[in-house]
Design a protein around this ligand. Structure first.
Ligand SMILES: [Zn+2]
Length: 329
């Protein structure tokens, strides 16, 4: 079997006659297919006009979010769930939900001899804003999985409890006459925060303008609650949702809390471990359910997760590096 894999500005997968890059940070010639798992900017290349000549695919939702953030995404073609695309007559490529944010997908490439799945960023814990829960690509030969929180230190606990703690903090901040702000990524995390407050509270929310542009895409795809509590008059707001830290806003004092799993290692300052990634136990559980013959880990704590998969799950595992690994089963 002549198939190899590495991480170099994206996850490069090379068959003898078919080259694929998952989540490319650069587009380059000689590659047959580029697959974008989701619309976080560390998973795609900032658009250039020359990109129309490349075969780049994402979900329709991801394409729309990238367009909302960069003005246009005409260089991206769409791959839909349940509609696999055949390349070079024998490489079947299919997309499945990965639960990380609206439009996030994992991909399976199957050529009849080898079935390879790449998860992209993965979240198999409860979420209110992703539309689809993470699916499990069963019986894959090779699983390439993200390891952002692939270390035993990352155990987020009960999601609903985190939601309630965040709401209690915001309510008490508002009661003290201070404007509350929850800081998170423009796309994905901000909409999850809006959906949680929309479902469980009546607290009026004013989103940062960059967040609002992405909200409109969520609205287009029918994600409930994201827009429910939003106010267009900033003076009516009691909660801000913003990708940047704020101390004062429109003449009012602001108290900011971050929403990120990194809170658990004190890198995010004050906040809540509201993550759109699987934590360590969830990653291991997911790997078991995929029943892979071999695992490759990428991003974050990839070395730690590969070690755990080898030792605890007894499945051969390696972290991806910039050097090619020859795939063997
Ligand atoms: Zn992401």
């Amino acid at each position: 079997m002549d198939v190899r894999l590495r991480y170099m500005d994206g996850i490069e997968l090379e068959f003898q006659d078919f080259r694929v890059i998952f989540d490319p940070l650069k587009l380059k010639k000689g590659v047959d297919l580029f697959l974008i798992s989701h619309a976080h900017s560390d998973h795609y290349s900032i658009p250039k006009s020359s990109y129309t000549s490349f075969e780049v695919y994402s979900s329709p939702e991801t394409k729309d979010i990238i367009a909302a953030r960069h003005g246009a995404a005409g260089w991206i073609r769409e791959i839909r769930m349940g509609k696999p695309i055949l390349f070079k007559d024998r490489y079947q490529v299919s997309a499945y939900p990965s639960g990380h944010m609206l439009g996030s997908r994992g991909f399976i490439i199957d050529n009849g001899d080898l079935r390879i799945a790449y998860t992209g960023d993965l979240n198999n814990r409860p979420s209110l804003s992703t539309l689809y829960d993470a699916a499990v690509p069963e019986d894959v030969d090779i699983l390439i999985i993200e390891a952002t929180y692939g270390h035993p230190n990352f155990r987020f606990g009960n999601s609903q409890q985190i939601w309630m703690e965040m709401i209690r903090w915001a309510a008490s901040t508002v009661e003290n006459g201070i404007l509350a702000c929850i800081k998170g990524y423009t796309a994905g995390k901000s909409q999850e925060v809006e959906a949680i407050f929309g479902l469980l509270t009546n607290i009026p929310i004013y989103p940062h303008p960059t967040v609002y542009r992405v909200n409109r895409v969520y609205e287009k795809y029918g994600v409930s609650y994201v827009m429910k509590n939003l106010v267009s008059n900033a003076q009516e707001a009691k909660l801000l949702v913003s990708p940047v830290q704020l101390k004062r806003w429109a003449g009012r004092k602001v108290l900011t809390a971050s929403a990120t799993g990194r809170i658990l290692i004190d890198e995010g300052g004050f906040g809540f471990p509201l993550s759109s990634h699987a934590d360590y136990p969830s990653l291991l559980r997911y790997i078991v359910s995929c029943r892979p013959k071999r695992v490759y880990t990428v991003f974050g704590y990839s070395e730690s997760l590969a070690y755990a998969v080898n030792k605890k799950l007894k499945i051969p595992a390696n972290q991806l590096t910039e050097h090619f690994s020859e795939i063997s089963l």
